[in-house]
Write a protein that binds this ligand. Structure first.
Ligand code: FAD
Length: 574
């Protein structure tokens, strides 16, 4: 059995920032970061547009209170306001700290960090490194891990969270290289495993965003919070779904329908293209379903709208958003200097996740589960409520990664390693693997995954109804049956990515069922959760967080109150 003082599952921004903080607080601690990819290939590396902080370099009238208000309003008042206050107050400090670590932010002509406009933010407060912000930050953090001597287990797949007697004691993990299984125990376990974009058929997320950490938490009997809130980003490149950053609209691009109109004037006249993502995504979906979408030949009635940058000019496009230009050029052959880009909403972000307090401690029932922490996209602290604002997620990863790291470093002082008998866990993992390899089923993984993704997209997409979701849940049950009959071609131990995909698919199925069940129970429309059969927000009955407890017999839905310490809920208009 392996042992560390702290194990962090996830090498993205949240996991790496926490590891740096633990090492800074107590350099004697043995810290391990475990990741199924190499850390610098975590999805964080793909973040484009930037990170919000009221540095006031461009707009001297900005305040942390304004940032907090924009975030709460963007969340449709479901965010916990104590957590939002911390996010907005600590933002300038964490960004300056990143700069001191060596992150190469884009600059103003006087040398200070540049800041751009972003959807739902009332001031220009998003700091950026061109449109490769995640790349700039993650590389520097991973460099720092090496400097601090953090042990990195890269390309190990964590398959189970060990919880006994209300305590998280460690994990079971699988070395992808050769199929070797290990139990690792630790004084504290942190999950920073990112999102689940692959639960849907069109997503901006990478192939590794399969919600493993969420599924492992749920399978250990712990709750997941607000899982019905799934963010659709308005501008996924059609047809591939990869992201065209909101920075493109932040820098001035227009959304245009088949009639040539800037249709956002009808949905959010004061913010136009820079309305929050839920509103903009629904506007695009409505334009398309009303026949004002565009076909590849330019005629009306198609499945996308245009994102038009042409008026911005070549120099601005190439200096501020070169990567977005490159993506459209490489993937669909569009030269955005001269042609509009075809876009439509794409699954982007998970507002819900593992419930934590503002120090990253994981909630369960009325209290907390001992030794277990979470941060980043896999956690729900909840700063995004029902809808996240762009550039607040990288911020959440570093603010709450840092806080959680600090809390863990203090928590493990004078604590012993937990007692774990590794044998039953290794045995169970072996049996699970052997069964997958030996079974002589009739379905391929890709086939079931596609059916599942289509089911989530069709029955729990931008617009939802009870009828749709009931049907979706029935189909999910059938898909879960089919999963019992999958067939793997690769029976070996060496780099068996097919086996890993089978485990990832299991995670997706668990997460999908929780998303759909949570969505069915929320009989109102709020933020990204839009019910056609309950079209209004209902504060009287649903100004509360969903807590979903998974069991093979079914999902139990409970609720938790929202912290409202600064801003009373109001109607949300832009
Ligand atoms: C294309 C794109 C652009 C974005 N742009 C922005 C932006 O400009 N601004 C912004 O604020 N937000 C942006 N976001 C959102 C933001 O990037 C993410 O929410 C954030 O980076 C998530 O970081 P994380 O550390 O929580 O997880 P991730 O970076 O997703 O990392 C997850 C880690 O967990 C590991 N892992 C997962 N499962 C397992 C397992 N079973 N075993 C072992 N390891 C595991 C992975 O290997 C990985 O290391 C963007 C997202 C996308 C997809």
């Amino acid at each position: 059995m392996l042992e560390h003082d702290v194990i962090i599952v996830g090498g993205g921004l949240a996991g790496c920032r926490a590891a740096v903080e633990i090492a800074r607080t107590d350099p004697t601690l043995k810290i391990a970061v475990i990741a199924k990819t190499h850390p610098i290939r975590s999805h964080s590396v793909a973040a484009q547009g930037g990170i919000a902080a009221t540095l006031k370099n461009v707009d001297a009238t900005d305040t942390w209170e304004a940032h907090a208000f924009d975030t709460v309003k963007g969340s449709d008042y479901l965010a916990d306001q104590d957590a939002v206050e911390i996010l907005a107050r600590e933002a300038p400090d964490v960004v300056i700290d990143l700069e001191h670590m060596g992150v190469l932010f884009s600059r103003l002509s006087d040398g200070r960090i540049a800041q751009r406009a972003f959807g739902g933010h009332s001031h220009n407060r998003t700091c950026y490194a061109a449109d490769k912000t995640g790349h700039a930050i993650l590389h520097e953090l991973v460099n720092n891990l090496r400097r601090y001597g953090v042990c990195i287990y890269d390309e190990w797949y964590v398959m189970r969270l060990i919880v006994e007697d209300g305590e998280a004691k460690g994990v079971v993990m699988y070395r992808i290289l050769d199929g070797h299984l290990e139990v690792v125990r630790a004084k504290a376990v942190m999950f920073a495993t990112g999102g689940y974009g692959r639960a849907y058929n069109t997503t901006s997320n990478d192939y590794a965003s399969t919600g493993d950490g969420l599924a492992m938490t749920a399978l250990a009997g712990l709750p997941l919070e607000d899982m019905e809130f799934v963010q659709f980003h308005p501008t996924g490149l059609y047809p591939v779904g990869v992201l065209i950053s909101e920075a493109v609209r932040g820098e001035g691009a227009y959304l245009i329908n088949a009639l040539g109109d800037r249709f956002m004037a009808n949905y959010a006249p004061s913010r136009m293209e820079l309305a929050p993502r839920d509103i903009t995504s629904r506007a695009i979906a409505r334009e398309i379903s009303a026949g004002r979408g565009i076909h590849p030949d330019g005629s009306a009635g198609g499945a996308f709208v245009y994102l038009d940058l042409r008026h911005m000019g070549k120099e601005k496009i190439m200096s501020r958003i070169p990567f977005c230009w490159e993506e459209a050029h490489r993937l669909v052959g569009i030269d955005a200097v001269h042609q509009p880009m075809p876009v439509r909403p794409t699954i982007h972000y998970s507002m819900g996740g593992i419930p934590t307090d503002t120090n990253g401690r994981v909630r369960s029932g009325e209290g907390f589960i001992e030794r277990f922490f979470a941060a980043g996209e896999s956690a729900c602290v909840s700063v995004h409520g029902a809808n996240r604002l762009g550039s607040n997620s990288l911020l959440e990863c570093v603010v709450y990664g840092r806080r959680t790291g600090k809390a863990i470093a203090q928590f493990v002082q004078n604590r012993k390693l937990p007692v774990v008998d590794e044998q039953p866990y290794i045995q169970a993992a072996k049996e699970q693997m052997q069964q997958l390899i030996a079974q002589n089923g009739k379905y391929r993984i890709a086939q079931i995954r596609q059916t599942f993704q289509d089911c989530m997209t069709k029955y729990c997409g931008v617009f939802r109804t009870e009828e749709l979701m009931q049907e979706g849940l029935t189909q999910l049950e059938q898909i879960q049956q089919q999963y019992q009959e999958i067939y793997l071609d690769d029976k070996g131990d060496c780099w068996n990515t097919e086996l890993v995909e089978a485990l990832e698919l299991r995670s997706l199925l668990v997460v999908g069922q929780i998303i759909m069940t949570s969505a069915l129970h929320r009989q109102e429309s709020r933020g990204a959760h839009c019910r056609e059969d309950y079209s209004q927000r209902d504060d009287e009955n649903f100004l509360k967080h969903t807590m979903a407890y998974y069991s093979p017999a079914g999902i139990d839905i409970q609720y938790r109150p929202v912290n409202i310490s600064m801003f009373e809920p109001k109607e949300r208009k832009y």
